[in-house]
Design a binder for this molecule. Structure first.
Ligand SMILES: *[C@@H]1O[C@H](CO)[C@@H](O)[C@H](O)[C@H]1NC(C)=O
Ligand SMILES: *[C@@H]1O[C@H](CO)[C@@H](O)[C@H](O)[C@H]1NC(C)=O
Ligand SMILES: *[C@@H]1O[C@H](CO)[C@@H](O)[C@H](O)[C@H]1NC(C)=O
Ligand SMILES: *[C@@H]1O[C@H](CO)[C@@H](O)[C@H](O)[C@H]1NC(C)=O
Ligand SMILES: *[C@@H]1O[C@H](CO)[C@@H](O)[C@H](O)[C@H]1NC(C)=O
Length: 537
């Protein structure tokens, strides 16, 4: 019966697409697809979900009333793995990108054997555009967006750069279709990328009026360094926030909302036909840089829910049935890599040859409010127990791992995962250093924290955990010792998957001295490895 309903819904969808789209005699028209990825936006930082930043999101709050939100939405714990999963539709452990993030001098990236979503969309007639952060490798030209399916790309190759100088580690990292753009000093990236997106949409409509568009809009906000123009931090949504970190963070969120407002205005002015907009976070918030994941435990970089559970919103003027507008989808999990399969299906590209993907097409389930096809999710299998200072505990043996987390149904198993707390919002009354104590490792190097007052020290020192997230979404009650059979079952899945991983370059590959030499000679970060040289493995 369910399959029948799915088919019925698909048929209805096709009819909808045809009737609202540009006339197409032989095949249904393909929707324009815009994917907005917001960098480091915590669970408690986005629109309807936020306890204290809700007013920073006037434009998104309006979209929420007409769109569909995803309740149990997962990403990976860091930028590079999440982007890899989205672009390839495959788990980052298959690409050696399961540990840490790519650093500027690493001779590694998404392997060239992979086909990106942009390449696949292009193969079925889309024009593909990217704006913002790449972070999937740039050691050679073949790894950069223009050679990975994007017709145009404006943005930067690395992470963690200054929002005004566009430099990381002292070197400029900003390219316009592969050419260094040194003309944007002091222009805030939130404004810059917003401007570029508008011009790309205009150019697309002028140059390719009959072609559908795929736009990957990977904002730099709200990633550290914490920087926002005064127009946002001093806005009424943010000015009252006493904690200075949180106030600037609010300003950065306000800038994202303004960018999304401008995007939707522009799309609606230029497109009469179908546009599907998906807005997603890429990993948990980082409290020491203003983010917050309350009431979830943990933060960015960690496999706790606060690191990997996030928010997503779907919006379309034409594709979402009126009965679903403004609703929260609670039919099960959606993982960021599922957009890959979902967009391919909507684009009519699901039959393309290529490497087998790990994601699901979640469109029928969301559009008819039925159960998600995804009932489990590998949150990561990592050869190391985290970022420094814990990377010393690494196991590179294929099939081995030092840290892993896997959710199956209501249960989530975490192995090799260090303690963290439910970190409170940094409001005026409670400043970061008073609420959260650091132990052992100095705060500056990202040590594990615990909150004395909250009495959450139980479990300090443990690294094996099992939670029933249906009853206990904040991961407070460890069932590891009392549910050995569930532990055994989920661990068997982790062990089997671990055998499929390839060497984790991620943050572990050595610095390539020739990359550093080129950067210091040219002052810019651009590919340095000639076409026929191998990646380091
Ligand atoms: C959105 O557009 C308005 C009006 O042009 C502009 O003032 C604002 O800076 C834009 N927002 C961003 C984030 O660029
Ligand atoms: C979707 O399904 C859930 C679970 O069956 C139900 O609680 C909810 O009301 C439904 N939402 C809509 C908009 O029909
Ligand atoms: C590494 O993983 C392998 C395979 O699971 C295991 O046999 C070995 O004991 C592990 N080594 C360490 C140091 O954890
Ligand atoms: C924050 O807490 C620390 C440690 O208790 C204290 O020294 C500091 O004065 C507090 N700062 C503010 C702005 O309240
Ligand atoms: C990348 O391509 C550009 C443009 O063709 C070329 O000038 C540059 O030398 C190439 N870089 C590398 C490292 O191959």
């Amino acid at each position: 019966m369910q399959i029948g309903m799915i088919l019925l819904r698909l048929v209805t969808l096709c009819i909808t697409v045809v009737s609202f789209g540009k006339p197409a005699l032989s095949e249904p028209s393909k929707p324009n697809i815009v994917f907005v990825l917001v960098d480091d936006l915590g669970f408690n930082d986005f629109s309807w979900r936020s306890s204290d930043l809700q007013n920073a999101w006037p434009n998104v709050n309006n979209l929420v009333k007409q769109g569909v939100r995803i309740d149990e939405y997962y990403t990976h714990a860091l930028c590079t793995p999440t982007r890899t999963a989205f672009m390839t539709g495959r788990m980052p452990l298959r690409q050696g990108l399961q540990n840490g993030v790519l650093t500027p001098y690493e001779r590694w990236g998404v392997p060239l054997s992979e086909r990106t979503l942009a390449e696949k969309m292009k193969a079925v007639g889309y024009q593909a555009y990217g704006v913002g952060k790449w972070h999937l490798g740039y050691y050679n030209n073949a790894s950069t967006p223009l050679q990975r399916g994007f017709d145009r790309f404006y943005g930067y190759y690395n992470g963690l750069e200054d929002h005004f100088t566009h430099k990381i580690d002292g070197y400029l990292d900003l390219v316009d279709d592969g050419h260094v753009d040194a003309s944007r000093l002091n222009q805030y990236s939130g404004h810059l990328f917003s401007e570029k997106v508008e011009s790309i949409i205009n150019d697309h409509k002028e140059s390719f009026p009959e072609k559908p568009m795929f736009l990957y809009y990977a904002l730099q906000n709200v990633h550290e360094p914490l920087q926002a123009p005064a127009e946002y931090t001093d806005s009424s949504a943010c000015a009252h926030i006493l904690n200075p970190l949180r106030r600037v963070y609010c300003g950065m969120a306000r800038a994202v909302d303004s960018a999304i407002g401008n995007l939707t205005q522009h799309l609606e002015a230029r497109f009469e036909d179908d546009v599907l907009l998906v807005i997603s976070g890429d990993n948990g918030g980082l409290p020491m840089a203003g983010g917050n994941n309350f009431p979830l435990r943990g933060q960015k970089t960690e496999l706790w829910e606060g690191g990997v559970r996030n928010n997503a919103l779907l919006y379309s003027r034409t594709l979402i049935p009126s009965t679903l507008r403004g609703t929260l989808y609670t039919g099960g999990f959606v993982h960021v890599m599922d957009w890959h399969a979902t967009f391919l299906e909507l684009a009519g590209a699901s039959n393309l040859a290529g490497l087998p993907t790990d994601g699901f097409n979640v469109w029928p389930a969301i559009m008819q409010n039925s159960s998600s096809p995804r009932t489990e999710v590998a949150l990561n299998i990592d050869p190391c127990t985290g970022l420094p200072p814990f990377t010393s505990n690494c196991n590179f043996t294929i099939g081995g791992y030092a840290q892993a987390a896997y959710r199956q149904g209501d249960y989530k198993l975490l192995l090799g995962v260090h303690y963290d707390i439910v970190i409170p919002v940094l409001d005026g009354a409670s400043n970061a250093s008073a609420e959260v104590e650091w132990y052992g490792i100095p705060a500056a190097s990202g040590g594990v924290k615990f909150n004395k007052a909250a009495g959450l020290k139980d479990g300090l020192g443990q690294t094996s955990w099992l939670f029933n997230l249906r009853d206990d979404p904040s991961e407070r009650h460890n069932l590891y010792d009392t549910h050995p059979e569930t532990v055994r079952q989920i661990k068997a899945k982790i062990d089997a998957l671990a055998k499929e991983e390839i060497f984790a370059c991620g943050s572990l590959c050595p610095v390539d001295k020739s990359a550093q030499r080129q950067a210091s000679k040219l002052g810019v970060l651009i590919p340095w490895v000639p076409p026929n040289d191998e990646a380091l493995s």
